[in-house]
Design a binder for this molecule. Structure first.
Ligand SMILES: [Zn+2]
Length: 285
């Protein structure tokens, strides 16, 4: 991957609001020069994995059901599906009733827990763990594609592994989201840097890309896909909210309680603002 070139429109990237942050002035794509460090021990201590899992479960499971409804409407006959970076297998469980499903997960501890629940999962990376000629009708990336530095390479692998008429599904954080926009606006001023938190700086696997619905369509067109459906999914729900606020681990109990109350009373208004989660379903061109 060329470090200074936008993967969506091939425009030149310029420095953003941090030394590690870069932006495309042509299509608003954003990039971070943050390296993934999966399976190294020390960054894991930053994250309370139990709280993280509990906090994300309710909102993610609800969003996965909505996304599966969209996929099933475009592939009513079902078929084979692979969920790349399936984590705890929540999407896999929802997909198994409609599709012949497989999960792929590189993190050893997470893989072991998911496999122990009897779910069809392989340990490793896409497409390395696939057999020669193994093809799919649907390839899904839930909160995964934004972690992969060479996004063009992985999209090319997807193209080769999809059957004719196959669907590629990307579900990821949106740079149009209200939390992202506000965090970027205030990122230089505040003590608790929520902008760095959203990019997962110093986390086991930080984000390296931020897209929106428009430049995602450009990225897909550049890689021989046609976006057939884009949409947003809710970012926050009341269930699991306190755990989510807790999982960065460096806030005091009073701060956590205050943030919880502020977010809880704001939820009805927040739901009217642009969501921080975007999805796109694309077909092979
Ligand atoms: Zn661009």
């Amino acid at each position: 991957m060329d470090n200074n070139i936008c993967p969506a429109c091939s425009g030149e990237l310029s420095t953003g609001v941090k030394w590690w942050h870069f932006v495309c002035s042509h299509c608003d794509y954003e990039k971070a020069d943050l390296q993934p460090v999966i399976n190294e021990v020390s960054p894991h201590t930053l994250v309370n994995e139990t709280a993280r899992e509990a906090g994300l479960r309710d909102i993610r499971v609800g969003n996965f059901k909505k996304l599966l409804g969209v996929i099933a409407s475009l592939k009513p006959a079902g078929g084979t599906l692979v969920d790349v970076g399936c984590a705890h297998g929540w999407f896999l469980e929802a997909a198994m009733g409609k599709f012949d499903s497989l999960g792929i997960e590189p993190d050893e501890a997470v893989f072991n827990a998911t496999a122990a629940r009897g779910l069809p999962v392989r340990k490793g990376y896409f497409p390395d763990v696939l057999e020669a000629g193994e093809m799919f009708d649907v390839i899904v990336f839930n909160d995964v594609i934004e972690h992969i530095p060479d996004i063009g390479e992985v999209l090319s692998e997807c193209y080769q592994r999809l059957n004719s008429g196959g669907l590629l599904v990307l579900n990821l954080p949106s740079s149009d989201g209200v939390f992202y926009k506000v965090s970027r606006l205030f990122c230089r001023a505040d003590k608790f840097d929520y902008f760095e938190r959203l990019w997962q700086k110093d986390f086991p696997s930080p984000h390296v890309h931020y897209f929106n619905a428009r430049n995602l369509s450009g990225l897909l067109a550049k890689n021989s896909f046609v976006a057939v459906k884009t949409g947003t999914l809710p970012t926050l729900g009341l269930a699991g909210l306190y755990s989510r606020i807790s999982f960065a681990g460096n806030l005091g109990a009073i701060s956590k309680a205050l943030i919880y109350c502020a977010v809880a009373v704001s939820l009805p208004v927040l739901r009217l603002l642009p969501s921080d989660i975007v999805y796109v379903v694309a077909r092979k061109a």
